[in-house]
Write a new protein. Structure first.
Length: 375
């Protein structure tokens, strides 16, 4: 009887899940594994005197864990998952707030909490739950005044941005701000409010740059170098662009790239350039098409939802995914200043993989063929 029950649940899960989105996520996970092997083997063996498979083995472990997290979240009943969104958001927010206190500083930035066996970056886990929490505020029925909803969601954003800027992490701040703007726009906010909030954000950033130049001067330097390379060192972005040019359409061949050996953290911040150099721009374009296809499937599914919460949540999650993808790609081809943004599912890093898995699990759960209503 128990075996039949599990079989029924598995059959029901498979019938309800969006198989095309699920398959696309699996493709991205396995591409990440493959490119991790290609981009980190020489780094581990030749530069760090570790086993050639050191980084790959860690990436494999985190990929298995990430896939398990994705499946677990997608299996949970949607009404239960919606209720869990609030405590999970506050838990991840607490970890983010602990970073200035117990976090470890790496290369001038304090963004991680070190658990010895795992270096954890809270913002990666927080991002998808931030979208869910924002939508909860925007769709909360007891707030009869829309202005209160938008103001509270803005306060929610600001509380996270303050912690991120202190790290400092401008890239994630911009990503969350753009995702928040897109989410509240989809919810039906007046463009006047968006303009006001955006103006407040710009004034706040400008004030920080003016009054605290010793802490945030690097932002101005990056912008100056981006607009005028003669103003400073543009080695990383120039090397990434050169690598893409050298790779051409078909690439130089597996293991033949030099970017991963010349640029620090190439396997995280410049992974799309590493892929382009070794496997060609065609492969990179196909990867971006997969992200676009997933976003298209998510938005298409929104039209089938009766729940306002699910519609806005899916739109926000799709925005978060696509913005992060194209910020990463934009930095790699020198269209945007350096931000240190990872590529979801493909960049090396346990926190990034788990964060991507949470987003994927939420998308799979919310796009299931079901009849739950939350309006």
């Amino acid at each position: 009887m128990l075996e039949k029950s599990y079989k029924y649940k598995l059959t029901n899960y498979w019938r309800c899940i969006d198989k095309k989105i699920l398959f696309s996520f699996f493709v991205l996970f396995f591409l990440g594994l493959f490119f991790s092997f290609s981009s980190t083997s020489s780094l581990a063996g030749e530069r760090l005197n570790k086993d050639y498979y050191f980084f790959f083995n860690k990436h494999l472990i985190f990929t298995i864990l990430a896939i398990s997290v994705m499946i677990l979240i997608s299996v949970i009943k949607t009404e239960i998952l919606v209720k869990l969104g609030t405590p999970l958001f506050f838990l991840s927010f607490i970890f983010l707030a602990l970073v200035p206190i117990i976090g470890v500083e790496i290369k001038g930035a304090k963004r991680w909490i070190d658990f010895n066996f795992f270096r954890f970056q809270p913002i990666e886990i927080l991002k998808p739950f931030f979208i869910v929490m924002t939508v909860k505020v925007l769709t909360y029925k007891k707030f009869n005044n829309d202005q209160i909803k938008y103001f509270l969601s803005f306060v929610l954003l600001c509380s996270i941005i303050i912690l991120l800027i202190d790290q400092p992490d401008l890239g994630q701040s911009i990503l969350l701000t753009c995702s928040w703007i897109a989410t509240v726009f989809v919810s039906g906010v007046s463009l006047i409010y968006i303009f006001i909030f955006f103006l407040i954000f710009l004034i706040s950033i400008a004030s920080l740059l003016f009054f605290l130049p010793e802490k945030f001067g690097y932002i101005i330097n990056r912008l100056l170098v981006f607009f005028d390379p003669s103003q400073g060192d543009k080695f990383q972005s120039s090397s990434a662009l050169d690598a893409i040019k050298l790779g051409g359409l078909t690439g130089r061949g597996m293991g033949e790239g030099i970017l991963k050996e010349s640029v620090p953290e190439a396997h995280t911040d410049y992974v799309i350039a590493v892929i382009s150099e070794e496997y060609g721009s065609i492969i990179s374009i196909l990867i971006l098409i997969i992200f676009l296809y997933i976003s298209f499937r998510i938005i298409k599914n929104c039209f089938n939802q009766d729940s306002q919460f699910l519609k806005i949540s899916l739109s926000g999650l799709a925005t978060l995914l696509i913005f992060q993808t194209f910020i990463h790609a934009g930095v790699n081809i020198s269209l945007l200043p350096t931000t240190g943004m990872t590529l979801p599912f493909l960049s090396y890093g346990g926190s990034s993989l788990i964060g991507s898995a949470i987003l994927a699990g939420l998308v799979l759960n919310y796009t299931k063929n079901k009849s739950y209503l939350y309006d």
